[in-house]
Design a protein around this ligand. Structure first.
Ligand SMILES: [Zn+2]
Length: 599
């Protein structure tokens, strides 16, 4: 190609985008008169996933990572991420993310509805992010506020003032309105092609979020398709997403891919909040992913899609898999909590504006803390720490030893049991609760002893520590179940039933509720000998059961909870926990023997 035709292509791109100046010409572009112009331009993607508001360096195992040399190192923290990002960023770079950036976050971020984290990610230069399931933790309306700006409808403005909205694009192609008449501005970004795109989507549905985002670098457009796990309705509180449906990721990606192609965007990257597990202890650059939901998407999406960056499983891997046309395609993930940045270098062919697959090179960088923290971000985080300190550092109770969230043989954990006891205590009056059940996934971390490296070696539990355990701001609720329905709930803990439980999830029971399960009995006949306060439960008796609103809404595939009647709503789960610690300290770890297991 002559340099004249090369220039024409760059200009064509510039016209189509309406935003790209000639100054954005490719690195190494030949100066006029030089004979050889490059046929490709370089593009670098820097990707994060599952940050979960970890502005401060995460602690415990959440703050450690196996590096490329097989060494376990401390990793993560906003100021360190910023330093690493700056070092990795060049003029060809687009920063992207694969969801769960917010939600289930530390108090520092959560106390302000994660506005500090979203602001930090903007400062980091993030341009596009897929939504994760946790982006829906406070509901769709709140996600729209995070995207668009405005003060929180209940808590008002944060100490930083009116929220300006995310400075990056949140995308989610498989998030649709159930009601097709719902108004949406999701397609506005497509401009003149809106009408055609709408036609294409007639068989698809009305997107509740922008499905794609196109970013230009070096005169070429890169299309990003956002996707979130289609299991989101099972793992997010039902009320907040009641108007939404989450369709098959592959189907949505393929429609979005066609829309991108329609507007001339052939360099296509999927950002998907779904991923796979890996064999433990592997280098972040290894491909030790066990093929599951993530690999299914990465293998099956349209061959026009060149790269699949994933999230959700909090694992680090770099894989090359075959697309449906038999070509190599990158399939990667970068751990969680800001401990890994995935760097993807690729070249875009200037003739067809597509990614040259053979040029794709990826590297997972561990966000080590041996570099100097970025001063601006350090100050930013400190400002929020100062704001939240009076709340976070308040002592609320004490423990005599570690309260672990690790399940024992019965599936109970000491901390899970204590939380169930706290939830029953908070719902007896008003809700007339007789027992409580807590989902194990909602017990986010252990209460360590001594409780923090910062100070108290005396088992003092602060509000900030309690919040780390119970960060969801779920409401406590009570419903009436029959004995038979309660037994069905317990059967639904196990895989193999019609509720499609993904893996066994033993609900943490309050101390006064005991039962037995058999590991070998078939699904539906596993649970027996249910007793409340030592009295056997009959099929027909009614029981007031306390649980958080996530479970009561049928979360974690516990569909039988939705058959509950006489719904009562009480305090927040964190308040129940804090009150219980206050009234019963010091707390000694209970024996995890409420459930008996037989073969
Ligand atoms: Zn997730």
């Amino acid at each position: 190609m002559t340099s004249r035709s090369f220039l024409r292509l760059v200009l064509a791109g510039a016209v189509a985008s309406g935003a790209v100046a000639l100054a954005a010409a490719p690195a190494g572009a030949a100066s006029p008169g030089k004979a050889k112009a490059p046929l490709t331009v370089p593009v670098r993607l820097l990707a994060l996933n599952d940050f979960h508001g970890n502005l401060e360096p995460p602690t415990g195992s959440s703050g450690r990572m196996v590096d490329e040399n097989g060494k376990t190192v401390d990793a993560g923290g906003a100021a360190y991420i910023a330093t690493h990002m700056k070092a990795l960023t060049d003029k060809n770079t687009i920063a992207v993310a694969q969801g769960d950036l917010i939600g289930a976050s530390p108090l520092l971020s959560a106390a302000y509805h994660d506005e500090p984290s979203v602001e930090f990610l903007g400062k980091l230069g993030l341009k596009v992010a897929a939504v994760g399931n946790h982006e829906f933790d406070e509901g769709y309306t709140e996600l729209r506020r995070i995207m668009k700006g405005g003060c929180h409808p209940v808590d008002g403005c944060s100490p930083a003032g009116k929220w300006k909205g995310a400075s990056f694009d949140y995308v989610g192609a498989n998030v649709l309105f159930k009601n097709p008449n719902e108004r949406t501005d999701a397609l506005a970004a497509l401009g003149a092609q809106q009408a055609q795109a709408k036609k294409l989507m007639a068989d698809w549905g009305v997107p509740a979020l922008p499905p794609v985002s196109v970013k230009w670098v070096n005169g070429v457009p890169i299309g990003f398709i956002g996707l979130v796990t289609q299991t989101t309705p099972n793992i997010v509180t039902a009320e907040g997403i009641k108007n939404l449906k989450f369709i098959d990721e592959v189907k949505a990606a393929n429609v979005a891919s066609k829309i991108l192609k329609l507007v001339g965007v052939r360099a296509q990257v999927v950002l998907v909040h779904e991923g796979d597990q890996v064999n433990a202890g592997q280098s972040p650059d290894a491909c030790s992913a066990v093929a599951g939901a993530g690999a299914r998407i990465a293998t099956q999406v349209d061959p026009e899609i060149d790269v699949v960056l994933t999230g959700h499983s909090h694992q680090a891997y770099l894989c090359k898999i075959k697309d449906p046309a038999g070509n190599d395609r990158l399939y990667s993930q970068g751990g969680s909590f800001g401990r890994v940045i995935t760097q993807v270098d690729l070249k875009v062919n200037l003739k067809n504006l597509d990614i040259d697959r053979s040029s794709v090179v990826a590297d997972n960088h561990v966000v080590t803390r041996t570099v100097d923290p970025d001063p601006e971000i350090s100050t930013f985080v400190q400002t929020w720490k100062d704001r939240v300190a009076p709340v976070a550092n308040k002592a609320i109770g004490s423990i005599t030893a570690e309260l672990s969230n690790t399940a024992g043989p019965s599936g109970e954990s000491p901390l899970g049991d204590v939380i169930a006891d706290a939830q029953l205590a908070a719902t007896r009056t008003g809700g007339n609760a007789q027992i409580a059940l807590m989902n194990p996934g909602g017990v986010r971390t252990s209460l360590n002893y001594p409780s923090s490296p910062a100070g108290e070696g005396d088992g003092v539990v602060t509000y900030g520590e309690a919040f780390t355990v119970q960060p969801f701001n779920n409401l406590m609720q009570v419903v009436t179940l029959t004995g038979a329905q309660l037994k069905t709930v317990l059967e639904q803990q196990f895989t193999g039933g019609p509720n499609n439980q993904a893996f066994t999830k033993i609900l943490q029971p309050s101390a006064n509720f005991t039962y037995t399960y058999s590991t070998s009995a078939p699904w539906g006949s596993k649970v027996s000998d249910m007793k409340i306060d030592g009295v056997p439960v009959t099929d027909t008796q009614t029981i007031r059961v306390a649980a958080n609103n996530f479970l009561v809404g049928g979360g974690d595939a516990f569909a039988a909870f939705t058959e509950g009647t006489d719904l009562w709503s009480g305090p927040l789960d964190i308040d129940a926990f804090v009150d219980y610690l206050g009234a019963n300290s010091p707390i000694t770890p209970p024996a995890t023997n409420r459930i008996t297991v037989t073969s």
